[in-house]
Design a protein around this ligand. Structure first.
Ligand code: NDP
Length: 290
């Protein structure tokens, strides 16, 4: 993409300029509110931007809802161009828009997999590509990737969801190394269960069930929707933690959030290390002898 230099922005930004996707609910809304409370300017992207009208009215000149479905590459290009036309800069991109999908690998259709990859991987990758020339020009910026504890490990029933978040994490791990010399930070956020719209209101999709998977996937299929409104994680506290990590001198590459995520990721890392050590001699036995 051509690097557009905006000489005469049409609006004056207060504080940093954020572009947050999926800002109409949950983490996206909590981050929008936290950024506004920090005195920054937020372009809040949502499929139904009108949901954000009252928040925008409460913050005139600092909060602007825009229509964006992140699976629409043309809209991604247009929205980034619009923000640059307004402010001449983007300081923080938050790739947050997402949803859950429960299903055994055999149950999830090709269409379901591709749609979720569009939402969790190709959309965020396109947004990242679109903002990078400008962040490089600025010599600063932050890209926050909302992954999941399911982006670090997986379990029965969430293979498709994890695949999309693993993809985002792999891309972002390389990205962090590539853009650090330009003063750009990358933060991968790995929440456990948080009280957002994620598990309720039809947001969580379920693949058509095959009875053979009742024992392994059935309990997850039933349990996830029943967590709605009872999840331990507080999105406002998550937003505060994300801001603190982003502003830290040494921003971590990955930030698990919630006791459930901290416990499960630690247990997974431990098990993974044990397995690596158990098989280490086999791993080391496969090089040529010369
Ligand atoms: P919510 O359902 O509350 O919010 C999801 C947001 O994503 C909504 O604003 C929704 O918009 C938006 N969205 C969905 N599809 C699209 C699309 N195609 N284009 C643009 N926006 C879209 O859930 P969360 O706040 O929990 O989800 C945010 C992120 O957090 C997701 O990436 C999710 O995977 C991740 N996450 C959530 C966890 C949790 O327990 N809550 C745990 C781990 C990760 P609309 O209102 O139009 O549907």
């Amino acid at each position: 993409m051509q690097m557009a230099t905006v000489h005469n922005p049409t609006r004056k930004a207060t504080g940093r300029v954020w572009l947050i996707t999926g800002a109409s609910s949950g983490f996206g809304q909590a981050l929008t509110e936290a950024a506004l409370a920090a005195g920054d300017t937020v372009v809040a992207a949502a499929r139904r931007p009108e949901v954000l009208d009252s928040l925008a009215a409460a913050h005139p000149d600092r909060m602007f809802p825009v229509a964006l479905d992140v699976t629409d590459p043309a809209r991604i290009t247009a929205v980034v161009a619009e923000v640059l036309l307004w402010y001449g800069r983007i300081d923080v991109l938050v790739n947050n828009a997402g949803r859950g999908l429960v299903g055994a690998v055999e149950e999830s259709t090709d269409r379901e997999l591709r749609d979720l990859m569009d939402l969790h991987f190709f959309g965020p990758a396109a947004l990242t590509r679109a903002v990078l020339p400008h962040m490089r020009r600025q010599g600063s910026g932050a890209i926050v990737q909302m992954s999941s504890m399911g982006g670090r490990f997986s379990f029965a029933g969430v293979g498709a969801y994890s695949a999309t978040k693993f993809a985002l994490e792999g891309l972002s791990e390389a990205l962090a190394l590539e853009v650090a010399p330009f003063g750009i930070k990358v933060l991968i956020v790995e929440p456990g269960a948080f009280r957002t719209g994620f598990a309720g209101g039809g947001a969580l999709q379920q693949s058509a069930a095959i009875p053979a998977y009742e024992e392994t996937v059935g309990p997850v299929r039933a349990a996830l929707p029943s967590t709605d409104g009872k999840q331990p994680g507080d999105p406002a506290k998550a937003a505060a933690a994300i801001l603190a990590a982003m502003e830290a001198k040494e921003t971590p590459l990955r930030l698990p959030l919630g006791n459930d995520a901290a416990d499960a990721i630690s247990a997974h890392l431990h098990a993974s290390r044990e397995e690596t050590l158990t098989w280490e001699s086999v791993s080391r036995s496969t090089d040529f002898d010369d």
